[in-house]
Write a protein that binds this ligand. Structure first.
Ligand code: GRF
Length: 201
C-alpha cells in the first residue's frame, strides 16, 4: 500500500476529508504522517484523533528553508513516504524539496488556476468580480500554483455572496475533489505528459 504524508498549516478540513476517505476504504493508501509548521494547527488535533503520527518542525529553529526541509525530508524517507499531499500548507517548498519528491507532490488551490494564484484565491476572485471561480488540484513544480492540473471544479459566484458563503461552497467542492484525486494518484492513474495530466481508465 502506498504511503502518503499530508502537510497542513491550519484548520485541516481537507485533511479530514482525506482521513475519512481512507477510513471508508475509498483511498487505498496509508497516511503515514501529518506534517505541520504550526504547533497550534487544528489539523494536528484531527491527526491525533485519527491515530495518525504527527510531525511538527518549527521553521524558526533553522537558518534557512532548506535546512528546515532537510529535517522533514529525512523523516519522510524514514517512513518511506511515496507521495506528499499539500492541504493548506502555507510555506513555499524549495526546489530542493521538490526534487526529492519529483512529480509526487500535489496541492489544492481555491481558485481556477492560472487565475488568482497566491494565498487569497477566494477573496481575490470575489473582489475581481468574476462570475465563476472554483478549485484546482495540481502537481507541484518549481513555481508556486503553476504545476500540471489534475482536476478543476467550478463554483458559480452569486450576487449575494460574501467571502464566507463563497468559501463554504469552495471548501465543499474541495472535500470532494481532493480525495478523488488522491485515490487516482495512489493507484498510479495520473500520468504526467509535459504540462498535461492524463487520467487512466
Ligand atoms: C484550502 O482552501 C486549500 O485550497 C488551500 O488552503 C485551504 C486549506 O483549508 N490551499 P483546510 O486547512 O483544509 O481547511
Amino acid at each position: 500500500m502506498k504511503k502518503i504524508a499530508i502537510f497542513c498549516s491550519g484548520f485541516g478540513s481537507n485533511l479530514q476529508a482525506v482521513i475519512t476517505a481512507v477510513e471508508k476504504g475509498k483511498i487505498k493508501a496509508k497516511i503515514s504522517v501529518v506534517v505541520s509548521d504550526q504547533i497550534d494547527s487544528y489539523a494536528l488535533v484531527r491527526a491525533k484523533k485519527a491515530g495518525i503520527p504527527i510531525l511538527y518542525v518549527d521553521p524558526q529553529a533553522y537558518k534557512d528553508r532548506q535546512s528546515y526541509e532537510r529535517v522533514v525530508v529525512n523523516a519522510l524517507r524514514e517512513k518511506k513516504v511515496d507521495f506528499v499531499v499539500l492541504a493548506g500548507f502555507m510555506r513555499i517548498l524549495t526546489p530542493y524539496f521538490i526534487r526529492q519528491f519529483k512529480d509526487k507532490i500535489i496541492n489544492i488551490h481555491p481558485a481556477l488556476l492560472p487565475s488568482f494564484k497566491g494565498i487569497h484565491g477566494i477573496t481575490d476572485a470575489l473582489e475581481y468580480g468574476v462570475k465563476i471561480t472554483g478549485v484546482t488540484v495540481h502537481f507541484i513544480d518549481d513555481k508556486p500554483d503553476n504545476g500540471p492540473i489534475i482536476f478543476q471544479g467550478v463554483v458559480t459566484i452569486r450576487p449575494e455572496d460574501n467571502e464566507e458563503t463563497l468559501a463554504k461552497r469552495i471548501h465543499r467542492l474541495e472535500h470532494r475533489l481532493y480525495p478523488e484525486a488522491i485515490r487516482l494518484l495512489v493507484k498510479g492513474k495520473l500520468i504526467l505528459k509535459g504540462r498535461k495530466v492524463e487520467i487512466k481508465k
